[in-house]
Write a protein that binds this ligand. Structure first.
Ligand code: WTA
Length: 642
């Protein structure tokens, strides 16, 4: 399918960039990056303007942008708006229960951020310290991030759905001595015991100086005197002013853990200046944001999408950003559109998995709500299949609202490939064209650069300001993971096709990273959780196509000698993975097998396991190198029963 849909005309006329603007700006962004990004850096208020713009190398790997610039991103997101829009809403909060929530003006946000920053200082947090934030989707989560940025502390947000083990690992890796959490959170009517999870994580051993607890639900919690502090109590005792720490552009802003193809999650490190410019610029152009509009990104702040497009991008632009605590199907499947109607949302940004789940419920839940406020729709997190794209465009947006499908990664800091709403025709299923400063390259099986219409591995040549700078505490892992596959290029881990119009079609990960409902999970993490169970001898995890989630988790499991597979054991294994990692990592299918297919040298043949999980037996390739080729038929027989 190669259908083209033009953006509605009135929108083109009013947009920040039309087709001619895009072409000229894109060309200049590559031919004169210093000039281009010097101008875009003007979106940010600098304490000292940068004179050095781009300074990077991919071999050896050393990336710097705006190196001699000095700024504070919290000041850019909060203080600088006080003069012109102190009374304008910064955050609109919609709680888990419909209609529960509040709105927070820029003036009120300033006071909250100052209070939180002073609480952190009172606990002993200093510039450069890492602060772990484990919060529900409530405004205080964003306030905690901004408070860190204000005093130069480095935040490490851990998604509120992660288990105590996962929190513990991230606290240890970041050597973080401070935690900000809440008593509990609510999602879809269910209580999430956040404070109890933090207690359990810290009980595994960690050197912690203080835990700041936001009272959100008023639920019962345990308390450790001297370590734990109520935000509302400590907040009463602190001053009502807190200067913004002047930060060098390359000072760290945050760490965010993300799954890779091997081992434990990596701490993706972003720095201040480049990230600020990248999120501010992409937000302005991709969402074509106009003053006064209400922007709603449904992502949790526990993911990069929440960092860049709930908090930093919108606030750097003085926008009104909606924070939603709940889920799309609570109390029913019309919740998104109920919120859109009541809050008069103009720009709506969500993930294909949500769109597919809502699409299954039919048009009724959508059309019963007034969506006339909507002007633009966005998609992120995984490839959007053309059927879901169509439904989004036809039913949700009534063919009035351009759809921007935005490809990017935790590592890229912000949007990299997308159509611009006033500049490009849309093609359902294609992310679109490179954003300013993004130079994609497709590479073939032998490392050759492919030109024109082609399919290959997606690399980026040349740096962009929002690029991650390192893996926290392990620069070698950064180099190894992203720059060693193809020398001198950043390898994304994604496969991709470029069509004759220069549009990019992302086909998904080509490494051992799964994308489950838009969440990244490494197969290695799930395997290690499985083999941590006493009954499991060996496990291999692969993805397979799943109607709603995009990919499902398929686990091949070999049990310890003498242990028989039972439905109870299967249930137990699922529960085990959920508590070890998170409910999002819960196995969809568990396939007990007497052995895993291995080469004679003992390497698991994942290619074969993937094909079998995908129910694709026609192209298993060469199985003769297997130590036991007959195993393949046994595996296929069992697969057919699933
Ligand atoms: C996938 C989320 C196709 C891709 C912002 C990437 C996408 C991974 C899209 C990063 C899209 C994200 N179309 N695939 N529009 N957006 N992906 O780090 O495989 O959670 O490498 O960042 O999600 O996931 P991450």
């Amino acid at each position: 399918m190669n259908e083209r849909i033009s953006p509605p005309q009135p929108l083109v006329a009013a947009s920040h960039a039309n087709a001619a603007d895009y072409e000229a700006m894109y060309r200049r962004s590559l031919s004169d990056p210093d000039g281009f990004w010097r101008e875009q850096a003007g979106r940010i208020g600098w304490i000292r303007e940068p004179t050095r713009i781009a300074d990077w190398s991919f071999d050896p790997v050393d990336i710097k942008w705006f190196e001699d610039g000095v700024l504070n991103l919290c000041w850019n997101c909060v203080d600088r708006h006080l003069e012109s829009r102190a009374d304008q809403t910064a955050f609109l909060f919609e709680g888990d229960e419909p209609g529960e929530g509040r709105s927070i003006s820029y003036g009120a946000l300033y006071r909250e951020v100052v209070r939180m920053a002073n609480c952190l200082k009172a606990m002993g947090v200093a510039k450069g310290d890492r602060v772990t934030i484990y919060m529900p989707m409530i405004p205080e989560a964003a306030v905690a991030m901004l408070a860190c940025a204000r005093i130069g502390a480095v935040h490490s947000v851990v998604f509120g759905g992660f288990s105590p083990d996962a929190i513990h690992g991230r606290i240890e890796d970041a050597a973080s001595r401070f935690v900000v959490t809440a008593d509990g959170g609510k999602r879809g009517g269910k209580l999430v015991p956040l404070k109890a999870n933090v207690d359990a994580a810290l009980a595994r051993g960690a050197e912690i100086d203080g835990v700041l607890v936001v009272r959100h639900l008023g639920c019962d919690i345990q308390w450790v005197e001297g370590r734990d502090h109520w935000y509302h109590e400590l907040g009463e005792t602190v001053p009502d002013e807190c200067p913004c720490e002047p930060m060098n552009a390359e000072d760290p802003l945050f760490i965010l853990y993300t799954s890779g193809s091997t081992g434990k999650p990596k701490g993706v490190l972003h720095t201040t200046g480049g990230y600020a410019v990248w999120t501010a610029t992409t937000f302005h152009y991709v969402f074509d944001y106009k003053p006064g509009e209400i922007f709603w990104c449904t992502a949790d702040v526990g993911w990069v999408t929440g960092h860049s497009y709930v908090v930093y991008g919108p606030l750097a632009n003085g926008a009104t950003s909606l924070i939603f605590e709940g889920v799309p199907n609570y109390p029913d499947f019309s919740r998104f559109w109920d919120v859109v109607e009541r809050q008069r949302v103009n720009i709506f940004y969500t993930a294909p998995t949500a769109i597919r789940a809502l699409m299954r419920e039919g048009e009724g839940p959508v059309t019963k709500h007034d969506r006339s406020s909507l002007r633009l729709l966005g998609s992120v997190g995984e490839p959007i299949n053309p059927e879901a794209w169509r439904w989004y465009w036809d039913v949700v947006g009534e063919q009035r609202c351009p759809v921007v499908d935005t490809w990017w990664q935790t590592e890229t800091g912000g949007i990299m490939i997308t159509t611009l709403p006033g500049a490009h025709d849309m093609k359902p299923g294609s992310a679109g064209r490179p954003f300013f400063g993004v130079d994609p390259q497709l590479v073939g099986p032998d490392g050759e650069v492919l030109s024109g219409a082609a399919s290959g591995n997606l690399c980026l040549v040349g740096s962009w300001p929002g690029q991650m700078r390192s893996v926290y505490g392990d620069h070698q892992r950064f180099v190894q993971t992203y720059f060693s596959t193809y020398a001198g290029k950043y390898f994304t881990g994604d496969g991709c096709r470029r069509d004759e119009d220069g549009y990019y079609w992302i086909t998904g990960r080509v490494d051992d990273v799964l994308n489950i409902s838009g969440h990244r999970l490494g197969t290695a993490e799930i395997e290690s959780a499985l083999v941590g169970h006493a009954a499991v001898a060996e496990a291999a995890v692969v993805g397979y196509p799943h109607d709603i989630k995009g990919q499902g988790i398929y686990c091949y499991v070999t049990l310890m000698e003498g242990i028989e597979p039972t439905p109870e054991l299967e249930k137990d294994l699922r529960a085990h993975v959920r508590t070890e990692i998170s409910p999002i990592a819960s196995p969809d299918l568990i396939h007990f097998t007497p052995a895993l297919p291995k080469t004679r040298s003992g390497k698991i043949m994942r290619r074969i396991l993937r094909k079998i999980a995908e129910n694709d037996y026609s192209s298993l390739g060469d199985t003769s190198t297997l130590a036991d080729p007959s195993l393949v038929d046994v595996l296929i027989d069992e697969r057919k029963k699933k």
